[in-house]
Design a protein around this ligand. Sequence first.
Ligand SMILES: NC(=O)c1ccc[n+]([C@@H]2O[C@H](COP(=O)([O-])OP(=O)(O)OC[C@H]3O[C@@H](n4cnc5c(N)ncnc54)[C@H](O)[C@@H]3O)[C@@H](O)[C@H]2O)c1
Ligand SMILES: O=C(O)C(=O)C[C@]1(C(=O)O)C=C[C@@H](O)C=C1
Length: 311
Amino acid sequence: MVLDPPLSAPIIGRLTIIGVGLIGSSILRAAKARGLAGTLVAYDGAEAVRDRALALGLADLVAATPERAVRDADIVILCVPVGAMGAVAAAIAPHLKPDAIVSDVGSVKGAVVSALRAHLPANVHIVPGHPVAGTEYSGPDAGFAALFKNRWSILTPPEGTDPAAVQRLAALWTAMGANVETMTPEHHDLVLAITSHVPHLIAYNIVGTAADLEAVTQSEVIKYSAGGFRDFTRIAASDPTMWRDVFLNNREAVIEVLGRFTEDLIALQRAIRWAEGDKLFDLFTRTRAIRRSIIEIGQETAAPDFGRTHD
Ligand SMILES: NC(=O)c1ccc[n+]([C@@H]2O[C@H](COP(=O)([O-])OP(=O)(O)OC[C@H]3O[C@@H](n4cnc5c(N)ncnc54)[C@H](O)[C@@H]3O)[C@@H](O)[C@H]2O)c1
Ligand SMILES: O=C(O)C(=O)C[C@]1(C(=O)O)C=C[C@@H](O)C=C1
């Protein structure tokens, strides 16, 4: 997957990325590859990450403080774990220029919107976002420029946000290859609970259960994990800080979806207990069709409408 060639002129003057991990470094790489900003600035709370960002040449300036990083920035994107968004917003708030756009890439939106609004001044534009693209790896070495190509980037601007600011951020994501969609934070959090958050919880749980089972020793887990279990271990290798913060900040939607999921699981358990093969066969046929339709439209990250019925 390759990005389009560089633009003839930048579309942003100064772009600042706070948090140079998988997502932050991917934005820097994509922006650099396509020449999207006049000046690229990076800051990370960890000195080792700042040193690595310098060594990798990810930005024109790797700032030593958040204050310095956001000075004169036209767009600032917070790429830190969801639980750190409020503290970062508080640290940069007094140093932002009027009319700057402040965005983020957090996997949860309602809690982040509240955290940003609580700390940022009224003279900046808050346009929260979430690129629905990632991997199980973290850190500045894990990023790559084409991460967002043909993936969704969801923007959740609070009511009353200047449409021109939303448009400028959308243009940045489009230039990085993403397809942009706008929705409310609440809708985002419910959709992502089913398509991303609960699937991760299921993966963490099944791998934990397997590891705890006496009969399945560590070596057997590895030895026989060529099939479906291996896919779960990939997801369950995702960053613990990031995912702790996701679940702590999207509790309501995750608990709602988990309730539905648990009911459906119990129904499957009953079908197995009573040897109701037709029920199992019907569900598996329906889910196979969903997978095939996702592949057909080339959108492996699209949210399927499961349309499950309860008995
Ligand atoms: N990993 C994914 O698949 C994925 C996909 C989409 C969105 N996201 C979201 O993107 C954000 C970043 O995730 P990531 O995978 O890039 O994480 P990461 O662990 O690779 O990088 C996060 C970086 O933030 C830095 N950081 C943490 N607290 C900080 C603070 N207070 N001030 C400055 N820097 C700080 C860390 O040192 C680290 O370098 C999260 O909010 C996550 O929910 C992740
Ligand atoms: O592909 C993966 O490894 C991911 O988990 C990426 C994934 C997802 O669930 O789709 C994870 C969290 C994000 O907020 C967005 C994307």
